[in-house]
Ligand binder design. Structure first.
Ligand code: GDP
Length: 432
């Protein structure tokens, strides 16, 4: 039987209300010395008294199994004083209720079948989301196991049964496993996996955000673009070359894309010590950027050779953009940071990172590194089935099919590799 646990469910700052949650078996008995728990799911005002404190609290009781964790759960809505919360938790400790580890409530929910690992990860992402898109994407993953996962199980299970039968009784009963009908039948699954892989690759960027570094010669319009993308006047825009002396960073959402923007001091050789400091930091930013936007004014004959040279180690992730397209004609990916005409940039980013998918088309897609790794593995394993040559002992397809089944179980968390669980739940906050 699991130990009873407690934790603050709200941040420890002064505020109107602080919620403390308790989960465990037989809470009514355990909490008896402190409070008579109200009827199921009825909020009741109770006076909690301990150590000379008298707290009026709203108390809720969710008897097992109809609760977040699947165990008995009690919620105490105290006044929002962090000291009060601490004293209350200490008192719960004396009643034999220990402080929960981060994610322990959700972990119990998983073990009791109240959540899947997918919905638990989605919940963690929903709590951590910093932009509207990230929040929407995470929320869309919070519900049931994706339909395609269930469909995959439905498609695999009859072939698993046939493969097992062929392995167990094949020789004496003459039961074989013909690869071709199986492959025809699983063709749809193969396509589904590829679609989901594409969606997951896009959803990854929506979840993690794009790290975009802006570089270009002085007056190329970096600060202007930075501010337009960020939607606020963060960088100082000026006509004196070299005024952005350090790397400015801002988190923003633009065109439904979560961005980490880095405005750089440029990549010039410079004798100015302050500016040189900035140039050194730029190198670190370029290193970890997902994309380097090299802004080149439309009236320039082409990109600055000195900057091109310095960007050469990052060639694969450099995108040259012609800015100030309102002032001069020419070729290439043309924008105007000052007038806000950035449609070409939006198209280029969505093509490059989302594979041309609209953010809405990624709703519900797998997104975390763990999930994507498993999906890649699913694709590889399924390909193995399609590469098997006749004649082939039934043990081979049987073991590949079993492997696919296990991967799906690992994805949803039904196959509980403890290390994977530890990794997921270490990212949770206390009380979740
Ligand atoms: P930075 O040195 O690269 O950061 O360049 P700034 O963003 O400070 O821009 C330099 C000057 O160019 C400012 O006066 C901006 O208003 C102007 N500018 C930036 N982008 C555009 C553009 O797309 N069109 C026009 N007409 N002016 C721009």
């Amino acid at each position: 039987m699991s130990q009873p646990i407690c934790a603050p469910a709200t941040p420890l700052f002064p505020g109107a209300v602080a919620v403390v949650r308790v989960s465990g078996p037989a809470l009514a008995v355990l909490l008896q010395p402190l409070v008579k728990l109200p009827a199921a799911r009825r909020a009741s005002l109770r006076t909690l008294a301990w150590d000379g404190f008298q707290e009026q609290a709203l108390v809720l009781f969710f008897p097992a199994p109809a609760s977040y964790t699947g165990e008995d759960v009690a919620e105490f809505h105290l006044h929002g004083n962090p000291l009060l919360v601490r004293r209350f938790l200490e008192h719960l400790g004396r009643l034999g209720i220990r402080l929960a580890e981060p994610g322990e409530f959700t972990r119990r929910a998983l073990l009791n079948g109240k959540q899947t690992l997918l919905s638990a990860e989605a919940l963690r992402d929903a709590i951590g989301a910093a932009t509207d898109t990230q929040l929407r994407q995470a929320q869309a993953r919070c519900g049931a196991v994706p339909a395609w996962v269930e469909a995959a199980r439905g498609a695999l299970s009859p072939w698993m049964a046939r493969a097992e039968a062929a392995v167990d009784y094949g020789e004496e009963e003459g039961i074989g496993l013909d690869l071709d009908p199986m492959r025809i039948d699983l063709g749809g699954l193969r396509r589904t996996f590829h679609v989901e892989q594409k969606r997951a690759e896009a959803a990854r960027w929506l979840r993690d955000g794009l790290r975009i570094a802006l570089v270009g010669r002085p007056n190329a319009g970096k600060s202007t673009l930075f501010n337009t993308l960020a939607g606020e006047d963060r960088a100082i825009v000026t006509e004196v070359p070299g005024t952005t002396r350090d790397v400015l960073e801002v988190r923003a959402e633009w065109a439904d894309l979560p961005l980490y923007l880095f405005d750089t001091a440029g990549l010039r050789h410079t004798e100015d010590p302050v500016e040189r400091l900035g140039v050194a930091r730029v190198a670190a930013v370029l290193e970890k950027a997902d994309l380097i936007l090299h802004l080149v004014p439309a009236m320039d004959p082409g990109p600055d050779p000195d900057i091109l040279e310095r960007l050469s180690p990052y060639e694969g992730k450099v995108l040259v953009v012609r800015n100030q397209a309102d002032l001069a004609g020419g070729e290439g990916l043309r924008i105007s940071a000052a007038t806000g005409d950035l449609s070409a940039l939006e198209g280029a980013l969505k093509e490059r990172f989302l594979g041309g998918l609209a953010p809405d088309a990624c709703l519900g897609a797998l997104a975390t590194e763990r999930q994507r790794a498993l999906l890649d593995e699913l694709v590889l394993q399924l390909e193995l089935l399609f590469q098997l040559q006749e004649p082939c002992p039934p043990e081979l397809p049987a073991s590949v099919l079993q492997g696919l089944w296990t991967l799906l179980a690992r994805l949803t968390g039904e196959d509980r590799a403890e290390t994977a669980l530890d990794q997921v739940f270490s990212g949770f906050c206390l009380g979740k």
